[in-house]
Design a protein. Structure first.
Length: 268
């Protein structure tokens, strides 16, 4: 389903050179399982054949998929409409491509531009706390928390987004934000580090593993918070969190749609 965050026609195929290894690996692994597998593989082959630097990057960043990349290129038919193939592939990875231009992401993504920091403050007391924003993205939650918390650690696996947060931190003169690399299933912190561990649009691929890791780095009786932004569409309740004991808080967002936030005291 198209996200419609950006117009991928405005992006060069070289945007893939800004992606991280885990993003490329996910995209290539899914390439043989897609519903549009044949069309996607054909378009990817055409695009990679016309962009050998990107093909080289894919193979060297993800050597486990190198043979698949070679197969796509070898099988690529001759095409006069390379740009059409490039746009098809760019659209198939729209979320990852969006992350290459965080400034556009902040302006265009509904869950960022429509969201109010007061929604976070209603969920949890951040005053004087040490806070982790897991999967920080462009820093929506990070910068809101930094207005009240003692320290906020923004853990984000995408380099372009980390640099965006760092640049904004420096520009705004924030002294209590630290930015570092880290995937949610493998957070680079000791046990029981944070008073509050928050996230939004992060948990959901591997519920038990991800929640276990968020809980691990949260102090006993600290708070776990899931705070998605506002949406142009109604957001349904998340039964996977509810059945794991998370409290649901509902509100009508800035676009007039249902939004659900969640929190849980980290009892150990």
């Amino acid at each position: 389903m198209p996200l419609n965050w950006i117009d991928v026609r405005e992006y060069a195929f070289n945007s893939f050179l800004l992606l991280e290894r885990f993003q490329l690996a996910m995209m290539l692994a899914y390439g043989s399982k897609r519903e549009d597998k044949q069309e996607w593989q054909r378009a990817m082959g055409i695009a990679l054949n016309a962009n050998p630097a990107v093909a080289w990057y894919f193979k060297h960043r993800c050597p486990e998929h190198a043979s698949f990349v070679d197969e796509l290129v070898i099988a690529a038919p001759n095409s006069k409409d390379v740009r059409k193939a490039e746009i098809y592939v760019l659209a198939s990875a729209e979320d990852f491509i969006t992350y290459t231009t965080p400034e556009v992401m902040v302006e265009k993504c509904d869950f960022i531009r429509g969201w109010s920091k007061e929604r976070l403050y209603e969920l949890v007391d951040l005053n004087g706390k040490t806070v982790l924003d897991a999967g920080a993205g462009s820093g929506r939650l990070t910068f809101a928390a930094a207005e009240k918390a003692a320290w906020v650690y923004a853990s984000e696996p995408v380099g372009t987004l980390r640099e965006f947060i760092r640049n904004k931190t420096a520009k705004e003169g924030n002294k209590n934000i630290r930015v570092l690399d880290g995937l949610v299933p493998e957070l680079p912190f000791p046990d029981n580090t944070f008073d509050v561990v928050m996230s939004g649009h992060v948990v959901g691929d591997f519920w038990d593993e991800e929640i276990a890791e968020l809980s691990r780095v949260c102090k006993p009786n600290g708070w776990l918070v899931d705070c998605p932004g506002d949406s142009l569409d109604d957001r349904a309740s998340e039964p996977e969190l509810i059945k794991r004991g998370w409290e649901e808080i509902h509100y009508i967002g800035s676009f007039g749609k249902d939004v659900h936030c969640y929190r849980k005291c980290n009892v150990k």
